[in-house]
Ligand binder design. Structure first.
Ligand code: THU
Length: 137
């Protein structure tokens, strides 16, 4: 899939805008994500923390789960914005991998600068995917 710089910037800008609503009173580390499906729909997400810390959910998973709960399971790209251009956590990489290893991941900082662009396949080598469960019995 070929992406234009305008498309990249537009998805990063949507994640920056979404990030304003991040609920991160404990870590203060706000994350925003924007996901574009193959059908052209956009879903955004933010991290939502909880006083019982482990119940926190990451921005990427919120965006992906919003899409899936809407019946959308084929993704083109996802942008992730943090202050310092942080990388998606392992759990989010695994959830991304569930829906396709070719999804493009844009990692950007709080100024909207693209820090890294890679596929889920590159982010999570040797991923465990649904195909691994297709075993003969
Ligand atoms: N966080 C995300 O939203 N996405 C990631 O991929 C990494 C971590 C959130 C979870 C928590 O609210 C905060 O960042 C600090 O870990």
């Amino acid at each position: 899939m070929s992406l234009t710089n305008a498309e990249r910037q537009s998805l990063i800008d949507l994640a920056i805008e979404a990030r304003r609503k991040a609920y991160a009173p404990y870590s203060k580390y706000k994350v925003g994500a924007a996901l574009r499906t193959k059908s052209g729909r956009i879903y955004t997400g933010v991290n939502i923390e909880n006083a019982a810390y482990p119940h926190t959910i990451c921005a990427e998973r919120v965006a992906i789960f919003k899409a899936v709960s809407d019946g959308e399971m084929e993704f083109e790209l996802i942008s992730v914005v943090t202050d310092n251009g942080g990388s998606p956590c392992g759990g989010c990489r695994q959830v991304m991998a569930e829906f396709g290893l070719d999804t493009i991941v844009l990692i950007a900082d709080g100024q909207g600068r693209l820090v890294k662009e890679m596929t889920v396949r590159e982010l999570l080598p040797e991923a465990f995917t649904p195909e691994h469960l297709e075993v003969d019995d």
